[in-house]
Each structure stands twice: as structure tokens, then as C-alpha cells.
Design a protein. Structure first.
Length: 201
């Protein structure tokens, strides 16, 4: 059956052929536009930190509940797993540390449990083992207090946690002021402004 014009009359064969050629030309253009949209659409980065903090205040460094405990920023990735009894019994304890770590968890952790925490940075993945000494429930999560088992992990934990806070500071500053800010200068700026308030023991 032939094509019908706007006034109800049947279109001529020449008009139908012209319509067919125009529709064929439009299909590649539509596919190209869709492909461009897919390319230009931003994809979430793997392992990226959460959206930037738009205030000028950094994340808190120290736990409000436990003195000497470093508070891991919620916006920086952290994973953990509870060790089984047979795993924790093999851990060699050289000397109890003088520092701990608090972090946010969606899952309840039983006090006394031995937990391995994993914190990824740009070039390395860091592992820490500690004992759960505090569990505080909030609206949508739990604050877990972890006391490090080995004293030699304490200096490393301080350095790694400072790196986490510096990375967030760098991320926030570049988001607000531009992506070409110097990492070295921003690191020095963070150290001069905030390092003195970082927990040491």
C-alpha cells in the first residue's frame, strides 16, 4: 500500500523513494549521535573517593570517643574482614601499640573480634590488624574502634591516614579551584595547616 500525504492522498512512487532515501540518511546520523553521547557521558572512576567536600574544613582527624585514635575519613575507601579464630591465633604480637583507628561500617562488629583492615593508596595497598574495642551505633552505620595489635604498625598507620586526608584535600581543592593545582604545593599547604592537629598517640 502506497504512502499517504498530509491531505490524505496517496504519494507518488517518486515521493516514496525520496522519503526512503532521507530515512536511510537519518539512521547513520542517529547512530553516530548516540555513540557520541555514550563517549561523552562521564563514567564513574573505579575506586574513586566520594564527592568533594565543598567546605574549607577538612575531615576530622581524631575520634570524639577514643583519645589517641585516628578517625579514618568516610569518603576514603577502606575494606575490612574479621579473622577466624585459627587465623588470629597465628598472629605474632610483638608489643601492644599506643594508637588505634576508628572507621564507619554498615555491619556490626563484635567487640573483641580481630579484624584486618585494608586501605588502598595510589601505589600500594596497606594492611593493619587490630582488635575491636568500641562499637557505636549511629543512624545508618556503626563507628568501629580498632586497637592495633602490633606496635610497629603505629607509625605506618599515621603516615597512611595522613595520605588519605591529603588525597581528599587535593581532590576537594582541585574540584573547587581547578584541576591543574600542584600536588606538591597542596601537600605542603595541608601539612602547614593541619599536620600539627593530627593524633600522635
Amino acid at each position: 500500500r502506497g504512502a499517504v500525504c498530509a491531505d490524505g492522498r496517496h504519494a507518488s512512487p517518486a515521493l516514496r523513494a525520496a522519503d526512503l532515501r532521507r530515512s536511510r540518511r537519518r539512521r547513520p546520523a542517529a547512530r553516530l549521535a548516540a555513540a557520541r553521547a555514550r563517549v561523552l557521558s562521564p563514567a564513574p572512576a573505579v575506586g574513586a573517593v566520594a564527592r568533594p567536600n565543598l567546605t574549607d574544613q577538612p575531615d576530622d582527624f581524631q575520634s570524639d570517643m577514643l583519645q589517641g585514635f585516628i578517625k579514618h575519613p568516610k569518603r576514603f575507601p577502606l575494606k575490612f574482614r574479621r579473622l577466624r579464630f585459627w587465623q588470629s591465633s597465628k598472629i605474632e604480637v610483638s608489643q601492644n601499640s599506643n594508637i588505634g583507628l576508628t572507621f564507619s561500617s554498615k555491619e556490626y562488629q563484635k567487640p573483641g573480634s580481630i579484624i584486618e583492615v585494608t586501605i588502598p593508596t595510589r601505589k600500594e595497598i596497606h594492611h593493619f590488624i587490630g582488635k575491636v574495642v568500641m562499637v557505636k551505633e549511629s543512624d545508618d552505620s556503626y563507628e568501629i574502634g580498632l586497637w592495633l595489635i602490633n606496635a610497629e604498625d603505629a607509625p605506618k598507620l599515621r603516615i597512611v591516614e595522613q595520605i588519605c586526608h591529603i588525597e581528599l584535600y587535593l581532590n576537594d581543592k582541585r574540584y573547587k579551584e581547578g584541576p591543574f593545582l600542584s600536588k606538591e604545593k597542596l601537600t605542603e599547604e595541608w601539612i602547614s595547616r593541619f599536620a600539627s592537629g593530627f593524633p600522635v598517640s
